[in-house]
Design a protein around this ligand. Structure first.
Ligand SMILES: [Zn+2]
Length: 169
């Protein structure tokens, strides 16, 4: 981590398919990573980022849908209600947008930036962003959350991403 240049990993990078490890606690090292992730997310104009997307296989996510950044480690959805389908993009899949069904309202338990155990309630866009980032921690991408035909129509773009012809920036 120290002095490293953080960059967004794109589709085809094996780290995006790994199961991320839980953190023991949120200390200075994790806080630094949270801050770097927030910077990268803001630079890329994203609403969320998971640590595997910057090549670090740890259960850490940052989400900001315009209500200030939420930085969570070891997030676990303990309650979900309702559902809604909406278009989603992913910083690791530049140029791809897919309709994904997500729970409308969720409650998440996690460790926060200050290493406190917190319970966070989120709805609509925030709930969607959090569910998307938690998916990354188990190696799940939006292309896995869509039907065969919609994935089929994306195959060419996915192949280009894998070949490195598309870059996040
Ligand atoms: Zn994503």
């Amino acid at each position: 981590l120290k002095g490293s240049k953080v960059e967004i990993r794109t589709y085809g990078d094996p780290v995006l398919r790994k199961k991320a490890e839980p953190v023991d606690s949120v200390g200075p090292e994790e806080q630094k990573l949270f801050d770097e992730m927030e910077q990268v997310m803001n630079c890329a104009q994203g609403v969320g980022l998971a640590a595997p997307q910057v090549g670090i296989s740890k259960q850490m996510i940052v989400v900001d849908v315009g209500q200030g950044p939420l930085k969570l480690a070891n997030p676990k959805i303990i309650k979900s209600e309702g559902s809604k389908v909406a278009e989603e993009g992913c910083l690791s899949l530049p140029g791809v947008s897919i309709k994904v069904k997500r729970a409308f309202k969720i409650t998440v338990e996690a460790l926060n930036y200050d290493n406190q155990k917190v319970s966070v309630e989120a709805g609509d866009l925030a709930a969607r962003a959090i569910q998307h980032e938690i998916d990354h921690l188990s190696g799940t991408l939006i292309v896995d959350r869509t039907g065969f035909w919609s994935k089929f129509s994306l195959l060419k773009k996915l192949r280009q991403l894998k070949d490195g012809k598309w870059k996040a920036y």
